[in-house]
Design a binder for this molecule. Sequence first.
Ligand SMILES: [Zn+2]
Length: 276
Amino acid sequence: MQNARLPDGSIINPKEYIPGIHDGNLRCPYCGAKVIFVSTNTTREPFLKTTGKSTESKHLDNCPQKRNVEVFNSIKQIRNYHPDPTRPSTGQHVLHLELGDLYHERKANTSIPEIGWDHPKKQLDYANQYPDKKNELPDRARTLKALARYIKNSEAVLASTIVKFNGAFYPISEIVIDQNMAHDIALTGNELERFIYGTVFSVVRLEKVMYINFDQQDGALPFTIVVFQKSFKKFTYTKEKLEGKNVLVRGIIRFNSRTNQTETTVWSNSQLEWVK
Ligand SMILES: [Zn+2]
């Protein structure tokens, strides 16, 4: 967030923050939740946030800063639900994630299939849409867009969905994750490919790199999408198209000890999709 209220009622922005004087006195101007100042780093400008560590530092439900993102409600609810994918039961639905090789576009000198997996032709209705019969769940997701649509299914559907991905079966809650789960994975040092959902708070585009930062209210941990200059031709989404939007991003999760943040690198538009 970009504004906070001081005890005397005045409103300040992060650039007006004075360490030692404003500490402990910053409140959300809308709901009065306690907020803290977060200083600038390589990927972003300074900002203010609730920590989520106590009820005092969480936005109230009716606060405009609450970011109660409806499109993520179902997938959020099943965050801690982990059915055993090795023993599928009759009620479970298997979703085959067939998005093609993540590194497809980065590989040089490899033969290119007649129609690439992200070619517009592959994105025709037959590949993306739900089957004709309504209420029938798709068995396959061949694009990120199809997965972004799938995660809006009900909590009950998602809780019973097993994803087949890169040759193995997983509960969908282990493959499509939030930024805090991404952080946990990053800290293990395992560089896993995952689909991370969240709301874009800010985009910082520098000459050689672009940073897309996820929102951090109420205890959401830092998560940044990094796009290097060499990928600017294939990753063409702008600040205007991204800020404030709910997205799903596909990438390898990593911890950057220099910025102290979890991040993933994206090199093509096919790795980011809006969840509407
Ligand atoms: Zn608030």
